[in-house]
Write a protein that binds this ligand. Structure first.
Ligand code: 13P
Ligand code: SF4
Length: 318
């Protein structure tokens, strides 16, 4: 009984906070963007929920003066690079990305020199300083299209070795990889997928390209987060094994009430940084218009070229 009373009061305070956030959003002329790995209550209140590419496109096109980014630091930084005149807020300033921290601008400059200046394709999961050293950015959704758009035959791909490897299997180019990885994805094993598949043999396996090569090679589909949402909706299949962060289950189950989704290793499929944004932090951030994310102008001017080139290539029909 006590438990039920606690749950009721928690639901009530969540609803009150959500009302307050809606009110503040209007007062501050703000737009709330949220990644698909965010907590359900954050996805619920956002104006737009999507993958990294969709979020960058929304940030570039937003006409609101304030962008509140419910995601991790590199995402808010990209919004600030693309919209320098706007106030960009990250409700939890310590929400980083462990993969983005695996490459820095000095190391990248040294490696580029070693390789004789071949073009650098940089996954958006990277700092502004690394984007500034790169020729073009990509996300998991457009990585193959971006690499194919370059005239050169060899490219250096940073920082994700798994995404870089997977792109290499989809293109005729030589893709030289960096040694970065995302632990949330890299720790999903083929054996774990096989075990769940044995229990649900009709299920299709869809995995994110940040997974290990043996996992992407075994999957029916290798997709970005928004690609998984589209595929699950359009496919006649009714069961799916999901190889990405568990936050995506909220939209997958909401969009597909008659279908079943299984996580092969739920405890590992969790990005602690993505879960740092909460309703109280979001309300505080909107009220105070803090903490802000800004990028020094000298870095921004070079980084914006890589992001804008990506958006331009991505907007082409393929
Ligand atoms: P998406 O580009 O598919 O949204 O992935 C972003 C990410 O951080 C995956 O870990
Ligand atoms: Fe970074 Fe991995 Fe979290 Fe995505 S899931 S934000 S790549 S740490």
């Amino acid at each position: 009984m006590v438990m039920l009373a606690d749950q009721r009061s928690e639901t009530k305070s969540k609803a009150q906070l959500a009302d307050r956030i809606r009110e503040l959003k209007q007062q501050q002329h703000a737009i709330i963007l949220a990644h698909l790995y965010q907590r359900p209550e954050i996805q619920e209140i956002a104006d737009y929920v999507g993958d990294s590419l969709g979020l960058s496109q929304q940030a570039a096109a937003a006409d609101a003066g304030v962008i509140v980014f419910c995601g991790v630091h590199f995402m808010a930084e990209s919004a600030s690079i693309l919209s320098p005149g706007k106030i960009v807020i990250l409700p939890e300033p310590n929400a980083g990305c462990t993969m983005a921290d695996m490459v820095d601008a000095d190391e990248l400059r040294a490696r580029k020199q070693e390789l004789g200046g071949i073009p650098v394709v940089c996954y958006v999961n990277s700092s502004a300083a690394v984007k500034a050293e790169s020729d073009i950015c990509c996300t998991s959704r457009n990585a193959v299209q971006i690499v194919d758009s370059l005239p050169e035959q060899r490219v250096l791909f940073v920082p994700d070795r798994n995404l870089g490897h997977w792109v290499g299997t989809q293109t005729s180019k030589e893709v030289i990889t960096w040694d970065g990885f995302c632990n949330t994805h890299d720790s999903i094993t083929q054996a774990e997928i096989d075990r769940v598949h044995a229990l649900h043999p009709a299920a299709l396996v869809m995995v994110h390209p940040e997974c290990r090569p043996e996992v992407t090679a075994r999957a029916d589909r290798v997709l970005s987060t928004s690609g998984m949402l589209r595929f699950a909706k359009e496919s006649p299949a009714t069961e799916f094994i999901v190889g990405t962060e568990q936050g995506i289950m909220y939209q997958l189950t909401k969009d597909n009430p008659g279908k079943q989704f299984y996580l092969p290793s739920p405890a590992k499929q969790y990005c602690a940084n993505m879960k740092k944004v909460t309703l109280p932090k979001l309300a505080w951030a909107l009220e105070h218009l803090q903490p802000r994310v800004t990028v020094p102008d000298e870095i921004r001017r070079r980084a914006v070229r890589s992001l804008e080139r990506m958006l331009e290539v991505s907007s082409r029909r393929i």
